[in-house]
Ligand binder design. Sequence first.
Ligand code: SAH
Length: 309
Amino acid sequence: MSQEEISFIPHTPSVLKQLFTQRGITPNKRFGQNFLTDQNTLVCIPDIADLRKDDVVLEIGTGTGGLTRLLAARSSHVFTIEVDKKLFELSSDILKLYNNVTLVHADILKTKHELNPHITSLILNWLREYDQTRIKVVANLPYHISTPLIINLLEDTLPIDLMVLMLQKEITDRMLAIPGTREYGILSVITRLYSEVEVVKTLPPEVFWPRPEVHSAIVRIVVRKEKYAGSITDYQLFKNIVHAIFTSRRKTLMNSLERLNFPKISRERLKGVIKDMQLDERVRGEVLSVDQLLSLSETIGRVDHQSVN
Ligand code: SAH
């Protein structure tokens, strides 16, 4: 296949199948490989992200580069990350003619709790060099890592102001869940802390090859990293409380807090903190709103500080 041909190859299931057979590639479930092949869906994504010529974009999961080409045509630069070597090589060929694409062969996550620092510094250095200050994340995410990935993208210092993501429908339900429901959890809390989410479209498995077993949705996430910046004194304490609550959902708030073992805060004092918040002693932590969780962690931080051994 000539460079011209491979650069403009249509991303239909039959063409991708043929290309994969030629190169001895099979879609790998372990990497969440479901390629977006529906043209209408592909072309609407840059519009939802409201891409402009001076935008810098981060895409996670290059795959076969079908979305990357559209992003590159509409923005000033695209950083696109692919973990699978064979797909990295294939998309390098497909994207060769695009001189505003940086394709990186790497895992976007260093651990479940941290983005790959090589990628974040690559982007931050580039932004500094080209005098840019913001990026947009636009991606059809690998579904198996989307929860830790979204949390890390929101918590990291990367200056993201918008994310347009294709996600498993269930994940968008969890992002938007209200306190006390089964879907309400760490993802809902972190999402609400840093952003505003809107589901733009829900999509059936047929828009992908191979078809996933689940329904999908495109979400538009307006990110405001500074939203709560001033109101959290000790972010680690806040996270510890949220984790304690949601990793043992059936426990009362009191039990979850006790398990955190604040050496300077007695059981009676903890009871007092809960009572002062106008909450019942037997309440479960999972019914607390983000504002209540914030005020709880501020109070505990203060009490812990004031207490003398
Ligand atoms: N954006 C493409 C591919 C989506 S499939 C499209 O829309 O068609 C998800 C892609 O993410 C796969 O190519 C998979 O190999 C890649 N991927 C999975 N885990 C990853 C990780 N940890 N870091 C970077 N890429 C990853």
